[in-house]
Design a protein around this ligand. Structure first.
Ligand code: AMP
Ligand code: MG
Length: 485
């Protein structure tokens, strides 16, 4: 374990030079204080959890202090936002402080979100508010605990610095960790600005750092693109299977690593609703829950376009076509597990679809359904769950098929353990995050910390935490989360 001043830096992205990022110093926030830290994320940097409570921690991640080896940079990128191309985006309020290696030889970018103005701030103020920083913190750590690849969050630092959104709020900073902060939009930027040399430098950097196995293939760029397609298929399958809505799947928010990245007005479903739109500003529902699948494919085709200097169009097309079948296979596999099946059966897809239709029609809670289905032997479980359905006959038909299917499975003694290991009891529902934010805005950080702790073991029943495993109150289902953050 290390102390804060013992981190080992090796800032490879900064060394790519000024065509890729601009040197900018963090602009400190007033009276920085620890809101919440993740012990698990601290461990990624070999940091003792107690280091988070040292005064220097809040100073470092509140922008007051820097390591001598840090080289804070704002990265340049572009991207397609809501389908339209924005030629210049970039880190408008976040800085890559540097790259750190841990004792296991893993590499982590330290990115400070809310660190002040940069050359890419456009009309923005370079700040992040406490509310959105807490939301990103909770989601990254909760997704990770669910087994869904995500950027990580080390901490949120609160402050007295005022910022204006719809009302006056307080600025905060979030320290994000990811092996890379390169987005689809990085490749788009060098493609659309016609800088083939720089595009190659970027591509070679990303290949060497993050896809070294692809360098051994006859066409490294094609192998990398294929890996990105595969990882996205798996990622989106997990989002869909666990009811996670990202909310702003613009290509500048898509990580080249295929991890969940750049959280905006995200939400987990409460009641199952295929058309659910979590982003209050997304009037057309471009990024609705069920659209996440075709949009991921669309985003990959935007990346493919930016890779045309390196890969033939036919090869790109062929590789893109892998996305949907891969997605479907992963999704079905996850849903089978959620239903407690250990093997595949031809009727599984129809069984999942029929269940989702029934849930949709009755507004059934997406998470508790699966958890309760595993609580008892199948026949008893469905007898209780049928009360949640308006169309009882329809549910009974489904349940009869389900019970028969379960009885044909071997190893049913372990069914509950198997199902509880994949069906979370605790989910980051919007209203739970909102309660924690309301308290934090009044200076009470206990609720954020408790919620984070509960969500870090979402599959394990935790004593005294029943309140976190309930259906949301009616007000909690209709929170409008805006894009302003
Ligand atoms: P986002 O919607 O957070 O993914 O941001 C899209 C773009 O707007 C990125 O280039 C951000 O850096 C920039 N941006 C978002 N909020 C701010 C802000 N408050 N100040 C400066 N730039 C911002
Ligand atoms: Mg973004």
């Amino acid at each position: 374990m290390k102390a804060l001043d013992e981190l080992t830096f090796d800032n490879r992205f900064a060394r790519l030079g000024d065509a890729f990022s601009t040197s900018v110093l963090p602009d400190p926030i007033d009276n920085p204080r620890l809101v919440v830290a993740s012990d698990a994320a601290m461990a990624l940097l070999d940091l003792e959890p107690t280091e988070a409570h040292s005064p220097v921690f809040a100073q470092l991640f509140g922008g007051h202090k820097l390591w001598a080896e840090a080289e804070p940079r704002a990265m340049v990128y572009s991207g397609h936002q809501f389908g339209g191309y924005s030629p210049r985006l970039g880190d408008g309020r976040g800085l890559l402080l540097g790259e750190v290696y841990n004792q296991a030889g893993e590499h982590w970018d330290l990115h400070l979100k809310g660190a002040g103005l940069t050359p890419y701030s456009r009309m923005g103020d370079g700040r992040a508010v406490l509310r959105s920083s807490i939301r990103e913190f909770l989601a990254s750590e909760a997704l990770h605990a669910l087994g869904i690849p995500s950027s990580r969050a080390l901490c949120v630092i609160g402050s007295d610095t005022p910022v204006w959104r719809e009302t006056q709020e307080r600025a905060a900073m979030l320290l994000r960790l990811a092996p890379s902060h390169v987005r689809f939009g990085h490749f788009e930027y060098f493609y659309y600005t016609k800088q083939p040399e720089q595009a190659k430098v970027l591509g070679e950097h990303v290949l060497a750092m993050h896809f070294p196995e692809c360098l051994e293939q006859p066409e490294p760029y094609l192998a990398m693109f294929r890996t990105v397609v595969e990882r996205n298929a798996e990622l989106i399958a997990k989002w869909q299977a666990y009811g996670f809505c990202h909310g702003v799947m613009n290509t500048d928010n898509m990580s080249i690593l295929g991890i969940t990245f750049d959280f905006g007005p995200y939400a987990f479903l409460d009641d199952f609703d295929a058309g659910f739109i979590c982003n209050h500003s997304d009037h057309e529902g471009r990024y609705s829950y069920s659209n996440q699948v075709p949009i991921a494919h669309w985003n990959l085709s935007a990346l493919a376009q930016a890779l045309t200097p390196f890969i033939s169009v036919e090869a790109l097309r062929e590789t893109l076509e892998l996305f949907l079948p891969l997605y479907e296979a992963h999704y079905l596999d996850l849903m089978r597990r959620r239903l407690g099946f250990t093997r595949a059966d031809d009727g599984d897809k129809a069984m999942v679809e029929a269940l989702l239709r029934l849930m949709q029609n009755s507004g059934v809670d997406y998470h508790l359904f699966f958890r309760r289905l595993g609580d008892q032997p199948a026949a008893q479980a469905v007898a209780v769950l049928r009360d949640d359905f308006v169309d009882r006959e329809g549910f009974d038909r489904w349940a009869a098929g389900y019970v028969a299917r379960v009885e044909g499975e071997a190893a049913n003694e372990q069914r509950t353990a198997r199902m509880h290991a994949v069906n979370p009891l605790y989910v980051l529902r919007n209203y739970l995050a909102q309660n924690a934010i309301d308290a934090a805005q009044k200076g009470d950080y206990e609720e954020v910390r408790r919620l984070h702790t509960v969500l870090s073991r979402p599959f394990d029943e935790q004593a005294g935490m029943e309140a976190y495993a309930q259906r949301p109150p009616e007000w909690g289902k209709h929170l409008e989360i805006s894009c302003s953050s």
